[in-house]
Design a binder for this molecule. Sequence first.
Ligand SMILES: *Cc1c(COP(=O)(O)O)cnc(C)c1O
Length: 484
Amino acid sequence: MIREPLIFEISEEGKKAFTFPKPDVPDNDGIEQNVRLRKEIHGFPKVAEIEVVRHFTRLSKTNYCVDEGIYPLGSCTMKYNPKINEVVAGLAEFRNSHPLSPVSTVQGNLEALFTTEQLLAEITGMDAVSLQPSAGAQGEMVGIMLVKACLEDRGEKRTTVLIPDSAHGTNPSSAHLCGFKVREIKSNQFGTVDIDSLTEAMSEDVAALMVTNPNTLGIFEWDIKKIADIVHSKGGFVYMDGANMNALVGRCRPGDMGVDVIHLNLHKTFSTPHGGGGPGAGPVGVSRTLEPYLPVPLIRKVDGAFRLDEDRPKSIGRVRGFYGNFLVILKALAYILTHGPKGLREIADIAVLNSNYIRKSLEGLYHLKYASPSMHECVFSDALQKKHGISNLDIAKRLIDYDVHPPTMSFPLIVPGALMIEPTETESRRDLDFFIEAMTAIAREAEENPNLLKQAPHHTYVRRLDETAAARQPILKWTNGDRT
Ligand SMILES: *Cc1c(COP(=O)(O)O)cnc(C)c1O
């Protein structure tokens, strides 16, 4: 494997990636000025165009992406993103419109946003939607802020939010950031919320239950209606983390299950690219009771024209600049419209089928702590491989040698040594089998040749890193062939 130097290391005095004829006008403000080398950055690399292109092309080939193969990261819904979404978001009329344009000049943009809100409200069964939050975690926080605003409005002082032990780590963080105490609810032996523990914990001090459905074990909360009734009976709200909507879309609606507030991850269920830090979108849907508190502005249609409604006295205010990540929302809209109701239903059907196919195919080779049927993902553990001294990390690293992106590891926390696999509906039977064959081979290697796994990956640019040190003290420079 060729080592790729840093672009700074291939820099040579006098090189640059552009040439322009000398301007025939005074150069005070000219091209050379505008594209001049960045002198203020010490050591700014001086390279030719071809060197820039080759450097980044070679680096990109050491990466792995969903356009290359299965990306089974549990809880992340790394589905393939149809290219038509990009075409739509790339239309000049959308791309070039300025967020501060007068409303009368961007009626089409507002219609696209308004339509997306309405479609998401229909899909989730909620009464109103705000597209503003930029990520799932921000959607969660906004959702809890809405609950808090409503309670304050009613003069109720509730201090606690209940969260099952299978929850995503962002749930307790969101509740905490909004000033609530978090109380954990145990899962039962089926991997769902334990009704007795919930009943016991539910009181008039509880503002909300934050429940993920299907939960992070990939199991549907069959008792969701009963759970909602218990919470409502003491005046609490039901917050549903809808990041796992891929298992439900077109099939059932959280609003019909008694959910009061939900966030969605457009960058999961609705196929906008993610990974590498965004951008994403985490719209929030609410019932009538919480609608007055939604962030401003809301898009309204009045006499056939769209306008931005800022006059909402109970609103929690703005939660981000402008109206959300517009181009991300457009991609989701393109995705929803190209699928239509029947296509959306098929997403959930096939996502669930694919994850059950993987679960059944690997059952026996890998340990399953919870044997309930899977929704969109299944959670194995390394318990069987532990006997040979092999951990989930060794398995994940070895998968890289088989040209497969590893699944999510060590989450949810209630499954020690977890391997959380979410294939999504976009994988073909052939690609699922490719993954299953790799996992099967690794299970055999764990018994026959554990050392092979312990030193994996063998075919990558870098091998086993000290991940803690890499995160805390990153070393990004090579000198004389050694990392320094
Ligand atoms: C991904 C995810 C989140 C957080 O979403 P971000 O967009 O990454 O902030 C929250 N809850 C669950 C269950 C998730 O899978």
